[in-house]
Design a protein around this ligand. Structure first.
Ligand code: 7PM
Length: 290
């Protein structure tokens, strides 16, 4: 017997990225690959590339469905990275992994980085500025890539100083709805778009948990919802744990997001998240997640 999806849960959907239709019948895991010189090595090009590739391959082994490759930290107060430097970091990683069967996402806000990453084989642009940087919308519109539109209040350097909303869910939803309309007018159709509330980006702990609870209201906008809670300070706030000790909290957060309709999870701990999703999928039984 065919059952209706549970109330508040969207029916199985798809996400079209570069002509490829990703099924969201099961939630997808987007594994985070940071391509930044680490403080322990000499920070040379070669060691940075090698470390990023080794990490990417490990995430694929652990069950990543998508890899999100980023060359700039959006950490509050983090040093800005030039366009050239960001391209030099992410493009070799994308070029090496493209054609390997796992769709690649580039985590950037810079139009020239988007173009270079797409030319190297990236399938998705993940932009915490939701393509508001001049030229970003055009860079995406001249491709058939998928897009992640994330909400952020303010800018990374100061966004956590005093986040304020009258109604956080309504304001985040209105922003994302407006961005979907702007993209549509530029020729980027909604089947290419995933929406992200932007946990931790200009939000208090309470704002973040309200957004998690009310996530179905973002799903109602008609695009798949992507959630990025992995290791974030909202989890530290409720567990008292440091960033390196938030795996359990992250997996629980991911499963809660899926239960509230998220269909793509941006995570650092892919293997642990896979286990959590197996439990959630088993609960669904036969049918929409098989
Ligand atoms: C410091 C602060 C380091 C924040 C890293 C971060 C998201 C994202 C990031 C997200 C989407 C992190 C973040 N977070 N892209 N990029 N959604 N779409 O914790 O939540 O990884 S960077």
């Amino acid at each position: 017997m065919k059952r209706d999806p549970a109330p508040g849960r969207p029916a199985a959907a798809t996400w079209t990225v570069r002509g490829r239709t990703l099924s969201l019948a099961r939630p997808l895991i987007m594994g985070v690959v940071n391509v930044t010189p680490d403080s322990f090595s000499d920070g040379g090009r070669h060691s940075t590339l090698g470390a990023a590739l080794a990490h990417a391959l490990r995430l694929i082994e652990e069950g990543a469905d998508i890899l999100d490759i980023g060359g700039e930290s959006t950490r509050p107060g983090a040093a800005e990275v030039s366009q050239t430097e960001e391209i030099d970091r992410v493009v070799p990683v994308i070029a090496a992994l493209a054609g390997g069967g796992v769709p690649l996402s580039v985590d950037t806000s810079k139009p020239e980085v988007m173009r270079a990453a797409l030319a190297a084989g990236a399938a998705i642009v993940n932009d915490v500025y939701a393509l508001r940087t001049p030229g970003a919308l055009e860079a995406v519109a001249t491709s058939d890539c998928g897009v992640v539109l994330m909400h952020m209040q303010g800018v990374p350097r100061t966004m956590q100083v005093a986040p304020h909303y009258e109604d956080v869910v309504a304001e985040v939803a209105a922003f994302l709805r407006e961005r979907v309309a702007v993209l549509g007018a530029a020729g980027v159709t909604p089947d290419r778009v995933a929406l992200d509330p932007g946990f931790g980006f200009g939000k208090t702990v309470e704002h973040n948990f309200t957004l998690l609870r009310e996530l179905p209201r973002l799903g109602a906008l008609g695009c798949p919802v992507l959630a990025g809670l992995s290791r974030k300070s909202m989890l530290g706030a409720v567990t008292g744990r440091a960033v390196g000790e938030r795996v359990t909290a992250s997996v629980v957060g991911a499963v809660l997001a899926v239960e509230r309709g998220a269909r793509v999870l941006r995570v650092h701990d892919v293997g642990a998240t896979r286990d959590g999703l197996r439990v959630w999928e088993a609960m669904q039984g036969e049918g929409e997640t098989k």
